[in-house]
Design a protein around this ligand. Structure first.
Ligand SMILES: Cc1cc2nc3c(=O)[nH]c(=O)nc-3n(C[C@H](O)[C@H](O)[C@H](O)COP(=O)(O)OP(=O)(O)OC[C@H]3O[C@@H](n4cnc5c(N)ncnc54)[C@H](O)[C@@H]3O)c2cc1C
Length: 387
């Protein structure tokens, strides 16, 4: 009997396996694919991800990749903010990034096995994953999680689910609304928000080897969409894109609607727990954070789910409430535009939005007031009168 079986070896699963192994548990990490494997993603690695990995004893995951210090946001109504991030991000193809994490887990004593989980059953004192027995099972099996289904939890519904397509370009595309851009400028991540199909955006993230990860995402609605539509929107928002390779789309279960984090000895982490930031689509930070907490909670055996729920609430509870509120506000394109305008004018506003969109940040009253001040007319004068 294993102490822990982790299903899925993406960032959530590897972080869970690492945390459990570091707590002295005997861990098996399962994935239906061998590594390295691709995962449809923007490949943007927020600096906050690196903090979590470092705390798990993995300091070298960015080796060989260039830091990307600048972020540019183009708003839906013409506002634009381009600034240095408080700390640089990285763009590391998931083909490389996820394999490095699996290797780190193996170095920490975790056993990796290629295996597609098909049936999970809770028994007295343990859980079975097909023929594998473990005291605790962590479902880190992504956006179409089988473990989540086993717990009787429905997948995210339209309104709480996005769909994004991504591809790789051989050359850095020309970027819109920035004639001032010159070669030799520091590398930057570009995000272009679109009014059409709001909330929706396209991105272009430079990997540092001459290629860019480019993509486009929008909310899932009751009307089915197509690959042609998503690619058409990408090309409209980032003109001048050449040929794209490895073009694939994938769902993003947003954190505005989450299932219970676990029951008894079975836990969910990462996308399986719908932990994607609703206004940036960032999910890797929440995957490694929840994975780490799930792996640590596994030491409590039968009490794992309640220990995990408490740890999650302590670590991410306030942030998740604030991002849900922010997503509601961001459903108004003009308010988002005002937020980008404020971020363009004030580094503190920019930094706060970066922390809210990529990490564990909060939406403070002061931040909101700085945004509202950008709106011409009545609201802004109320705020100014209250100063
Ligand atoms: C187009 C797109 C762009 C994105 N861009 C970014 C970005 O730039 N930055 C960012 O932070 N986030 C981004 N995200 C979100 C990010 O990709 C996810 O949040 C992240 O991958 C979640 O990690 P995870 O470990 O929970 O799941 P995954 O990375 O999906 O890993 C799940 C693993 O489980 C395995 N698995 C599934 N079912 C089974 C089974 N039955 N048995 C065994 N194994 C199984 C899969 O093979 C897979 O390896 C993007 C998402 C999309 C779709």
């Amino acid at each position: 009997v294993w102490d822990v079986a982790v299903i899925g070896a993406g960032p959530a699963g590897s972080a869970a396996a690492l945390a459990a192994a570091r707590a002295g548990l005997k861990v098996i990490l399962l994935d239906r694919q061998d590594f390295p494997r691709d995962k449809t993603c923007g490949d943007g690695i927020a600096p906050q991800v690196l903090d979590v990995l470092e705390s798990l004893g993995v300091p070298d995951v960015t080796e060989g990749y260039t830091p990307v210090p600048v972020l540019r946001l183009d708003g839906p109504d013409g506002a634009s903010a381009q600034r240095e991030m408080p700390r640089p991000a990285y763009v590391i193809p998931r083909l490389v990034f996820d394999a490095r994490l699996v290797q780190a887990a193996q170095r920490a004593g975790v056993t990796f096995r290629r295996h597609t989980a098909r049936e999970i059953k809770a028994e007295a004192g343990y859980v079975t994953v097909d023929e594998i027995k473990a005291r605790v099972v962590i479902g880190a099996d992504g956006a179409s999680s089988l473990v989540r289904k086993t717990l009787g939890e429905a997948p995210n519904q339209p309104g709480h689910l996005a769909l994004a397509i991504r591809g790789y370009t051989a050359a850095v595309p020309s970027q819109p609304r920035s004639p001032e851009d010159q070669p030799g400028e520091p590398p930057r991540q570009l995000i272009v928000l679109a009014r059409q199909h709001w909330p929706a955006y396209a991105w272009s993230f430079p990997i540092g080897d001459g290629r860019c990860n480019v993509g486009y995402g929008e909310m899932v609605t009751r009307t089915p969409t197509s690959r042609e539509h998503l690619l058409g929107r990408l090309r409209a928002l980032i003109p001048g894109l050449g040929e794209l390779s490895s073009v694939r789309a994938h769902h993003l279960p947003l954190s505005t609607s989450r299932p219970a984090p676990g029951r008894g000895r079975i836990l969910l982490a990462g996308d399986a727990l719908s932990l994607i930031n609703p206004f940036t689509g960032e999910g890797i930070y929440y995957a490694v954070t929840s994975g780490k907490l799930a792996g640590e909670a596994a030491v409590t055996g039968a009490f794992a789910a309640s220990a995990y729920e408490q740890a999650l609430r302590r670590t991410l509870g306030r942030h998740l409430r604030h991002t849900t509120a922010t997503a509601r506000l961001a459903s108004l394109p003009w308010l988002t535009n005002a937020a980008i305008q404020a971020a363009g004018r004030d580094q503190r506003v920019f930094d706060s939005f970066v922390e809210l969109g990529l990490g564990n940040g909060l939406l403070s009253a002061g931040l909101l007031a700085r945004v509202v001040r950008q709106i011409p007319g009545k609201w802004a004068s109320y705020v100014d009168a209250g100063k």
